[in-house]
Each structure stands twice: as C-alpha cells, then as structure tokens.
Design a protein around this ligand. Structure first.
Ligand code: AHM
Ligand code: MG
Length: 335
C-alpha cells in the first residue's frame, strides 16, 4: 500500500540525522546541515557524471599532477571544487582538506563560527572516470580544535577516533550515500525524480566472514612475503572469489553488503601502500567498524593510527572481522 511507500519516501537524509540524534540541539542541527551539504555535493557530481559522455570538457586529464604525484583528471578538479563551493555557503565548515589539495583550504568568512573540518576524497577510483564505471567520494567530519592561527592544521594529526561522522557516496547504476555518525551505518539511494537521498537500509550489519577478496594482484611481485603467502592460501582454498573494480568505494560497498575483505597492502618500495589515511582509510574504517567489521594496517587498528602528515598513507586491510583477522595472522607470523 502507498502509505508505507510514502513514509519511506519521507525519510530523507537530513530527517534521518535528526532522528538519530533524537534532538533538535544545535549540534544535531549542525550535523544535519553538514550531511545535507555533502548530499548536495553528491548530487552535483552524480549529475555531471551521468552526462559525462555528452558534454565537452568533462572527461580526460587536465595535464597537471597533484600533490600525490598522480595525473589529475578534469572530474577530480570539478568534484574538489564542488565540495568547496557547497561548504562556502554552509557557514559551518571553516576548513577543508582533500586528496587534491596540498594544504587545507580555509573559508575565512566561515571561521568565526565554523567549528568543523571536512576531509574528503572528491573522486575515488579516478581511473574509472573515462570508462563509465563506478566511482566514489569519501568524506569525514572532524571538530576543528584550536584556532590554527599558524595554519599547520596540526589538530588534524589525530587518530580516526576523532571523526564525528564519515561515509561515502557511490556513483554506480544508482547513486548511494552511506554514512555513520557513530550510531550505526545507514544507506540512502538518490531518487533523481525527487532529487533526494531516501533511506534504503538502516543499521547495516555486515557478515562476519565473506567469500570476496578484493586486491590488485598485479602488485604481487611488489608485496611482502606475508601478503603473498595469504594470497597463495586463498588460491588453494575453496570458497574465495576475487573482485576488484579499481574504485575502493565500490569494492568496499560490496564487502559491506556481502562480506569479505579489501586489501591495499604496502609494498617493498612503498611500505605504506597507496591509500591515504585521513580522507580515505579512516572514514571507511569508521563506517566498517560501525557495521561490525574491522580495518587494520596489519599490526594496528586503522582508527588508532596517528598520522604525522596530512597526506600520509597506510596499508589497509578492511572488511569482515574474520577475513581481516586471517590476513593479520599471516602478517604477524612473518613479523
Ligand atoms: P584515487 O583516489 O586516486 O582514485 O586512488 C584510490 C584508488 C582506490 O579507489 C582503488 O582501490 C585503488 O586506488 C586502485 O589503485 P591500483 O590501480 O593501484 O590498484
Ligand atoms: Mg582516492
């Protein structure tokens, strides 16, 4: 009957955040506004992606190289600017830090009142951009601590436990937003006809074990022996299946729903791997822990790692509890 459908359609993202906090306190209002702004960024990015093949100037590289030494795509720049623009108007966020910017970006007009920092990866899985495959955006919100008058952003160099909220947007066949404010994990689907993210699943709990292992096996030759041993084990054991999309948000979304593990291990050349802590692994770790899973470097919980730099990387093993523990057992055996 339509009453049920109507009730469901009315559970928009901002409503949901307020319900979760069971209050209309200033903090709850702030978080609801922040999530609403993130949703707007997601809608703008999704809209552009959905027309990418039909418009000039959307796909391809800009010709620049970012702070990570990676070639920048036009969509990376667009998506980065979308977040800045959206938060310029929020009043709440004084500072943004992203994969695409060497230093945090300040919005001085917000700083007298804006108590939050947004950390984000505007486009996760950039290599999927030009081939019309799934992409993501990753975000985390932290309280801004200290006045940061020396612009060092040193208050960001704290563990992932300092995150107030985190989540991702998945640009797949439909656009989804998955978030947590420390009270479970909830997913929303964008209804393009309403222009709203509507609740699809509340309090997602992931399986404790799953068949999927998601890793770029092309890096086999560069891995530490312990990771190779784990992969050899997987190859000779029944019940595993490989999935790797090139966009960690979609791979981790699969793991969230079906169980399993996603890995981006360190290599002999880059012991810290590829994935950046503050705006990639820590937000995803926050979410996966809230769903009953785990995220580890192999020797430490991702959420306990205290970064020394804004763009610091860390090895990442994330997913179902049992799968993560198995990978760790290989790493710790070698150590
Ligand atoms: P990006 O944010 O620059 O796109 O990098 C992160 C992405 C992950 O989404 C993905 O899992 C990984 O990098 C793919 O890297 P590789 O091609 O080395 O496997
Ligand atoms: Mg990224």
């Amino acid at each position: 009957d339509y009453e049920y459908a109507l009730d469901r359609d009315c559970t928009t993202l901002s409503r949901h955040v307020l319900q979760q906090l069971k209050s209309f306190s200033p903090d709850a209002q702030d978080l609801s506004t922040l999530m609403n702004r993130i949703a707007l960024a997601g809608k703008l990015i999704a809209r552009r992606l959905s027309r990418a093949g039909l418009m000039e100037g959307v796909l391809g590289f800009t010709g620049d190289v970012n702070v990570q030494g990676e070639s920048v795509k036009k969509m990376d720049v667009y998506a980065n600017d979308v977040f800045i623009s959206v938060f310029k108007q929020s009043g709440l966020v004084c500072r943004l830090a992203s994969e695409e910017m060497e230093k945090p970006y300040y919005i001085p007009e917000n700083c007298p009142i804006g108590r939050y920092t947004l950390l984000y990866d505007p486009i996760d899985g950039s290599s999927n951009t030009d081939i019309n495959l799934s992409l993501g955006s990753i975000f985390a919100i932290r309280q801004q601590e200290g006045d940061d008058s020396d612009n060092s952003a040193s208050d960001l160099l704290q563990s992932g436990r300092k995150q107030i909220a985190a989540g991702y947007i998945l640009y797949g066949p439909s656009t989804m937003l998955v978030y947590s404010i420390g009270k479970g994990v909830h997913s929303f689907s964008l209804d393009p006809s309403l222009g709203e993210f509507i609740l699809t699943e509340e309090n997602i709990k992931m399986p404790q074990q799953g068949a999927v292992y998601s890793v770029n096996e092309g890096n086999f030759w560069q891995w530490e022996e312990s990771i190779r041993e784990y992969i050899r084990y997987v190859h000779r054991t029944e019940g595993y299946t490989a999935r790797y999309s090139g966009a960690m948000v979609s791979d981790i979304h699969r793991v969230l729903v079906q169980g399993g593990v996603f890995l981006y291990p360190g290599t002999t050349k880059n012991p810290e791997g590829k994935i950046r802590l503050l705006y990639e692994s820590a937000p995803l770790a926050f979410l996966i822990e809230q769903a009953g899973g785990r995220a580890s470097t192999g020797t430490q919980e991702i959420l306990d790692v205290v970064p020394e730099q804004l763009h610091q990387r860390a090895p990442l093993i994330i997913g179902s509890k049992e799968n993560v523990a198995l990978v760790e057992s290989f790493i710790q055996q070698q150590a």
